[in-house]
Design a protein around this ligand. Structure first.
Ligand code: NAG
Length: 389
């Protein structure tokens, strides 16, 4: 029998209720010109164009000419192709099939998803949604009572973290309207400027143009005020892997059927200070330290889900089932780990006075953080059907 030990945890499960995104969709002529300018940067001609079965188009762009290098802070940035991370030797059994075979760009190039103007317009709306998690909890239409979360205890004595990791159970929740989003993610945040790196999966039609489950990344260096975006919609993230793009479609687990999960890790390279993304132990690329002025270490780590909806009813989170139903029915996260020292080993998260707080229990819940050891490690279940919250 696995040792069942109740623990409180770091993590967040957030329900954000957001209205008035309609205003964001109409754009002025100046904005239109700006979008055209951005598109020119993002859609660089590649050495090869690849269309996936999913209908997505990727350009294989020279790794040293990728759009992110146009970021003003990354002038003369040498793409770090060889990773110096020490912990790479830790190899666990993994199911690479979750990621498929990859796009297969030629060596020395990386796959950049072709961006349409609509993608950028929607992305603006999407980043506004994210910003409100920190900045606008007091929004009259998103009262605290409607925010569902587990969050760190602010009284933590040593809040400095250099990496986060977990296996994320993958689902494809059915949303009740196409302007909603349902996301399962891990993220690190910190710095006086509220830098944030988030990774996970999301169903969000306005962003990806379909209702499938997509791998996503997000970063900001100022709480979404002027910097940051999803995936590669703005210069910033440096891709290093020729096979795996950001935004790729993921397979979904089925209720009480086959379960898929995906190991995700973000970790600071102690030598260069860049923040690397690993998915299923494969390095995808990194966020250069130059993007963040005050992000030497993260102050907060989060594991959980979040949903966005402009109106009632709210969409499902996770699998759409409550934790009481157990793994295979409710969405899980397992093997929650963090990096406590710069370049140090990834360790099971420990109870250091962390607190759990959950709202909207009629719509979404979180189970206890449990140490089940072995395959599961430190794990918890979360999510729910949403509805009238
Ligand atoms: C996704 O959209 C298709 C076509 O509109 C629909 O048949 C399917 O049920 C949807 N799936 C989910 C999970 O929302």
């Amino acid at each position: 029998m696995a040792l069942k030990k109740m623990m409180s945890c770091y993590g967040v499960l957030v329900l954000l209720i957001v209205v008035d995104i309609n205003g964001v969709w109409s754009i002025s002529r100046e904005e239109d010109l700006e979008l055209e300018r951005q598109l020119k940067i993002l859609n660089k001609p590649g050495v090869k164009t690849i269309k996936t079965d999913n209908g997505e188009i990727f350009n294989c762009v020279d790794i040293h000419k990728q759009p992110s290098l146009d970021h003003p802070l990354l002038k003369n940035h040498e793409v770090q192709v060889v990773i110096t991370l020490i912990f790479k030797s830790v190899k666990e059994k993994e199911s690479p099939s979750v990621l498929g075979k990859g796009i297969g760009c030629p060596i020395g190039t990386v796959p950049i998803r072709r961006t349409q103007k609509e993608d950028l317009i929607r992305a603006q709306a999407f980043s506004k949604l994210r910003t409100r998690r920190y900045a606008d909890n007091s929004h009259p239409l998103a009262p605290e009572s409607n925010v569902f979360r587990i969050h760190t205890n602010k009284d933590l004595l040593v809040p400095e973290y250099y990496g986060i990791e977990s296996y994320l159970n993958i689902y494809n929740p059915t949303l009740s309207s196409p302007d909603q989003a349902s996301t399962t993610l891990i993220y690190l945040a910190g710095g006086v400027d509220v830098s944030d790196i988030s990774v996970g999966w999301t169903v969000y039609e306005p962003r990806y143009g379909d209702n499938k489950t997509h791998l996503f990344t997000y970063w900001t260096a100022d709480n979404g005020a002027t910097t940051g975006c999803y995936d590669l919609l703005c210069p910033g993230f440096i891709l290093t892997n020729p096979d795996f793009p950001l935004g790729l479609t993921l397979p979904s687990s089925t209720y009480r059927g086959a379960q898929y999960d995906l190991k995700m890790r973000v970790s600071k390279d102690p030598k260069t200070g860049h923040w690397w993304l690993f998915v299923a132990d494969i390095e995808f690329g990194y966020w250069p330290k130059q993007l963040f002025s005050f992000f030497g270490a993260a102050r907060e780590l989060y594991w959980g889900g979040e949903v966005f909806s402009p109106s009632q009813p709210f969409p499902p989170m996770g699998s759409g089932h409550f934790p009481e139903e157990g793994a295979g029915a409710a969405c899980f996260m397992r093997a929650l780990k963090y990096q406590y020292e710069d370049g140090g080993a990834f360790e099971d998260i420990l109870d250091k006075g962390m607190s759990v707080l959950a709202d909207s229990p009629g719509c979404y819940k979180v189970g206890p953080l449990i140490n089940r050891g072995g395959f599961w490690g430190i794990t918890f279940l979360f999510g729910g059907p949403g509805g009238q919250c």
